[in-house]
Design a protein around this ligand. Structure first.
Ligand SMILES: Cc1cc2nc3c(=O)[nH]c(=O)nc-3n(C[C@H](O)[C@H](O)[C@H](O)COP(=O)(O)O)c2cc1C
Length: 187
């Protein structure tokens, strides 16, 4: 038997990412986000939802740029820290020993050097939804650690050891269960 619950956000598991941002005359900042999604393949676009009261909000809004950095298990602590401390009073790059590195396709937002995959985005639209503003970002470049490429130059994302977020907790990805289309493939 299922219970009939009131509306709420139970879409799980969620991605968890470290968004890095910059703005003219300001130190770069990092905010951890789970309300994140892929929204279009061509042109490639993703969305991030940020509350207006977050310090990062004005940086993304004013600069019109951000970088979505994927999170390997080794950065779980830094990821959590960037989600509980504000750039208003803390330099999160320095506090977590992270390196802001120039994102080649952006002017203000740096990438996080320690993240294996950094997705450079320019803000295309802002939707004021309620608690959160949804920024739709056009992906203008992707920076990928060479260590993730196989001998043919193909991306092997399993090597990145990424984490996910589910119901307030961080998880490793666990065992592989199948490959896209395996259910209909002839053996
Ligand atoms: C796992 C996790 C996921 C989060 N997801 C979001 C999110 O999607 N949107 C948001 O506005 N805040 C989210 N937060 C909260 C912000 O990361 C947090 O308030 C942060 O301290 C804001 O930093 P800032 O003030 O430097 O921008 C999340 C926090 C954690 C720990």
């Amino acid at each position: 038997m299922k219970q009939n619950w009131k509306p709420g956000n139970l879409l799980n598991p969620a991605p968890v990412v470290m968004l890095s941002c910059g703005n003219k005359g300001e130190k770069p900042n990092i905010i951890t986000l789970a309300w994140v999604g892929t929204v279009c393949s061509e042109p490639p676009m993703l969305s991030v939802s940020i509350r207006k009261e977050r310090f990062s909000h004005h940086m993304v809004k004013e600069s019109g740029e951000f970088v979505v950095n994927l999170v390997p298990a080794s950065l779980t602590k830094a990821c959590d820290f960037c989600g509980v401390r504000s750039g208003r009073e803390t330099d999160k790059f320095a506090a977590m020993g992270l390196t802001p590195e120039k994102a080649p396709n952006l002017q203000f937002a740096p990438q996080i050097a320690e993240s294996p995959v950094s997705i450079e985005c320019r803000v295309e639209q802002v939707l004021e939804l309620g608690s959160h503003d949804m920024f739709i970002g056009r992906i203008v470049g992707v920076q990928t650690d060479e260590a993730l490429l196989d001998e043919k130059g193909k991306l092997d994302l399993e090597k990145a050891d990424l984490i996910a977020y589910s119901h307030g907790e961080y998880f490793g990805l666990g065992r592989k269960l199948g490959r896209f289309g395996f259910s209909v493939r002839k053996s």
